[in-house]
Design a protein around this ligand. Structure first.
Ligand SMILES: Cc1cc2nc3c(=O)[nH]c(=O)nc-3n(C[C@H](O)[C@H](O)[C@H](O)COP(=O)(O)O)c2cc1C
Length: 333
């Protein structure tokens, strides 16, 4: 990413990168939440946690990037090693623990970028703000952390995602329980409505929720008038992996992402679409590597898709390959 940054500082090099990686087609454009996405392929939260590489990611052709998870105070995250490759499974295990520069630094960075390149948004490059709570904040006070992040980033991002589904902040996933979630989301919606125009508010959920928990999420989504759901985050399951059990145990705790997550995340997507219909748009995340994977999610009713682990294994051409497949129906090498 740093090499890419250096290259993008040289105008003709940036142009060449864009020529190689961007793929435009009118049929890829999508209007959702009142926002114009130039294509449906986004980068999931946790890659550009600190909003350091937006220009570079835009040059690689992403339609949108979700920054964060951002917390009020800066955090160093868990001890290293905390990120592992499982090549046989085309998967990753991570327990990063919301390492980030904190919302005040990130807001400043986004404001500076806005001044430098006010054209970007006009071109349809959408930025989502994925927000969370600090590790030291008790769950009862979590709503305050979400409020701080929401207010600070309000003028710098195009949509918000409330993250209560990371397995790497102790107790965070308990906030997916209906009453805790209602408190956080209804509070954010009150703040949202205190502004003259509202920002789309989405919720990111774990793939490990039961059917009745998913029913609760759907009920609540309508009750607090959420704009959508990001489904799904990483899983704590270690089922059906090809990597040796001893090696997996040695890696330890964390969220599993990539190919082994694909099936379950599509199941969750199917359930949400089946029970909430088109009134609750879904951004699909989980195990998307190819155009066919993306099409599977879009055919199941996803409004947009996000890649993360696929970006690591397939490389920077993944966005172009997926978009080209969606337009032409042909796999590209
Ligand atoms: C190293 C790593 C860090 C991540 N950090 C975050 C995060 O901070 N916030 C979040 O909502 N999701 C985070 N995720 C989850 C991804 O955004 C994505 O939802 C998940 O990995 C499933 O997609 P994938 O199978 O394409 O990787 C992270 C994933 C990885 C691999």
């Amino acid at each position: 990413m740093n090499n890419l940054k250096t290259a993008c500082n040289i105008p003709f090099a940036k142009k060449i990168i864009e020529q190689n990686f961007k793929y435009h087609h009118p049929s890829l454009q999508k209007n959702l939440f009142g926002l114009e996405f130039k294509n449906p392929v986004g980068l999931g939260a946790g890659f550009d946690k600190n909003a350091l590489y937006l220009r570079e990611l835009e040059a690689l052709g992403f339609g949108f990037v979700e920054i964060g998870t951002v917390t009020p105070k800066a955090q160093i995250g868990n001890d290293k090693p905390r990120l592992f490759r499982l090549p046989k499974d085309k998967a990753l295990i991570n327990r990063m623990g919301f390492n980030n520069d904190g919302v005040y630094t990130i807001r400043k960075r986004l404001e500076d970028r806005k001044v430098q390149s006010s054209k970007l948004k006009a071109q349809g490059f959408i930025i989502g703000g994925n927000i969370g709570k600090n590790k030291i904040t008790a769950n009862e006070d979590a709503w305050k952390d979400y409020e701080i992040c929401f207010r600070e980033l309000f003028n710098c991002v195009d949509y918000f995602v409330v993250n209560v589904s990371s397995p790497n902040t102790p107790g965070l996933r308990e906030l997916q329980e209906k009453d805790s979630l209602r408190k956080i989301l209804s509070h954010l919606q009150i703040i949202n409505h205190s502004y003259s125009t509202q920002k789309p508010l989405l919720l990111k959920i774990a793939p490990d929720l039961t059917q009745s928990q998913l029913d609760d999420i759907i009920d609540l989504a309508f009750e607090v008038k959420l704009d959508g759901i990001v489904a799904t985050n990483t899983t704590i399951s270690r089922d059906n992996l090809l990597t040796e059990t001893a090696a997996i145990e040695k890696m330890g705790a964390g969220g599993l992402s990539g190919k082994p997550l694909q099936k379950r995340s599509t199941e969750v997507l199917n359930y949400l679409v089946g029970n909430a219909g088109s009134k609750l748009p879904i951004i699909a995340s989980g195990g998307i590597f190819t155009g066919a994977d993306a099409k599977e999610k879009l055919d199941a009713g996803a409004a947009l898709i996000q890649v993360w682990t696929g970006f690591i294994y397939e490389g920077p051409a993944i966005v172009k390959k997926i978009n080209k497949f969606l337009v032409t129906g042909n796999a590209v090498n």
